[in-house]
Design a protein around this ligand. Structure first.
Ligand code: SF4
Length: 229
């Protein structure tokens, strides 16, 4: 299986009844600003380089962002922040990401979500996070070129730790606490008993408007943690 196959399969998943209903209701009702435009209304697949050095792990698509455009962090304010920062660091070809087909491309980075469907109030339930976990597991197993993971927010931090344990990576104990600039290192076992490789995991406050509008997360803070990857 390849990452492209995972993307294709996840985009038709219907495992979570509440999220299927929500993503389709939002897509049908639409926000006034986009009433004449199509909405994706399905699980949003990962986006980026097929051989990434860096994974960027958020939480879940936004109802009128990724759930509208069909692309991670595309078409909303959170996306404006993360794409601009990735562009400054050389991981994105363009400073903005407003629609699928806008020419945006990630170089060496791939955006992944622990939950692929937009949840009401941006809050997936524990059961929904668990249901979507196997998709994240496949990402970790298939992204063999990954050296670093940037995790946006505490839920993503928990999800990445849980997925790493499930796929047999060694996670330090006690687990590192999430925080902006928190760092930990996972060990991926080598093939046939060979020595493993290390994956650096870096925490970052989520690029949600709750953080960026209030100044809890600033552009220099974001640039600083991306510089750790
Ligand atoms: Fe499937 Fe994940 Fe969407 Fe649930 S959240 S329906 S598991 S893609």
């Amino acid at each position: 299986q390849s990452l492209a196959e995972v993307d294709a399969r996840v985009s038709v998943c219907r495992a979570c009844p509440r999220l299927v209903d929500w993503r389709e209701t939002v897509a049908r009702d639409k926000r006034r600003a986009w009433v004449g435009e199509p909405y994706w209304g399905r699980p949003v697949p990962s986006f980026g380089d097929s051989e990434p050095r860096v994974l960027v792990v958020g939480l879940a698509p936004a109802a009128h962002g990724g759930n509208r455009t069909g692309r991670m962090f595309t078409g909303d304010r959170s996306g404006d922040w993360i794409f601009a920062a990735l562009y400054r660091a050389g991981y994105a070809e363009r400073p903005a990401s407003y629609a699928a087909g806008d020419g945006q491309r990630l170089v060496g980075a791939r955006m992944v979500a622990p939950v692929h469907c937009a949840p009401p109030d941006n809050r997936p339930t524990p059961d929904e996070r668990a249901a979507c976990g196997p998709w994240l597991d496949r990402e970790l197993q298939l992204a063999t070129s990954v050296e670093s993971i940037l995790v946006l927010g505490g839920i993503g931090w928990q999800s990445v730790h849980a997925a790493a344990v499930r796929v047999g990576w060694t996670v330090p104990r006690p687990r590192a606490k999430f925080g902006h600039g928190a760092q930990t290192v996972f060990t991926v076992p080598g093939q046939g008993g060979g020595s493993g490789r290390h994956v650096r995991v870096v925490g970052c406050y989520h690029v949600s408007q709750q953080n960026t509008f209030t100044g809890r997360l600033t552009e220099p803070m974001l640039d600083e943690v991306i510089g750790l990857l």
